[in-house]
Design a protein around this ligand. Sequence first.
Ligand SMILES: [Zn+2]
Ligand SMILES: [Zn+2]
Length: 272
Amino acid sequence: MSADYHVHIENGPCTIEWLKEFINSGLSKGLKEIGISEHGHRFIEGYNVYKSDGFRTEWVKGYMDQSIEEYVELIKKAKALGLPVKLGIEADYFPDKEKELEMFLKPYPWDYVIGSVHWLGDWGIDLEESIEEWKSRNTDEVYIEYFDIIEKMAKTGLFDVIGHIDLVKIFGFRPRPKTFDKIRKNIEEISKTGIVIEVSTAGFRKPVGEIYPSKEIMEMIREYNIPVIINSDAHYPEHVAFEFDKAYEYVKSFGINTLYYFNKRNKTPYQI
Ligand SMILES: [Zn+2]
Ligand SMILES: [Zn+2]
């Protein structure tokens, strides 16, 4: 019995039928509940959060085609039908947009909010077209900037879960070992906030070919006793609970046996 709280239904229609494909896939793999976490950048109402003075605005305009009301209503309807589903969102954190994000999220009855950092300013670090930019950057400096933003994000109190905490490794650009001393300080600060860190099997499907977070960071998570959950970041029904067996083994190898269910922004532990 477990849950997968990082699921995107954006590659199909906003209908109960499409949603059920994800739920049935999860149930068939033994999940107890499935949480949907659409990208904030899909929603017209999120424009003020996502807009910038540069490329980000341009990029976001290509995706921002849905009303958040329609999405929230779909999940509410699914709950009313008795489907084991939770209402979540994966929202980007931009240090200069905290007010806008708060306003954007406020009206809706979230079960949880996942915070992710996909952008350093106008640079989308996980976009295919950003690889050239990666080559021209100092990898250690990128990691330091990225994890400083992750720490800031955790401290806002606007989020329940940190999504793919080391997404920054997606294309295989790695920092020098001593950069992890700096990251350790970020993780220590994060541990004081009570936020949950996601262990994501999506990394297996990305160029880096490994789970998020890496062993170095998992050791820090164990050391500072930070709560974790296991998610797939599914974009298609067959991705739900993707490689969860591997993920359970992975977290257990660090002595972690507790995961959490979310409901109305409260978390309840369960054992694996
Ligand atoms: Zn993401
Ligand atoms: Zn995602």
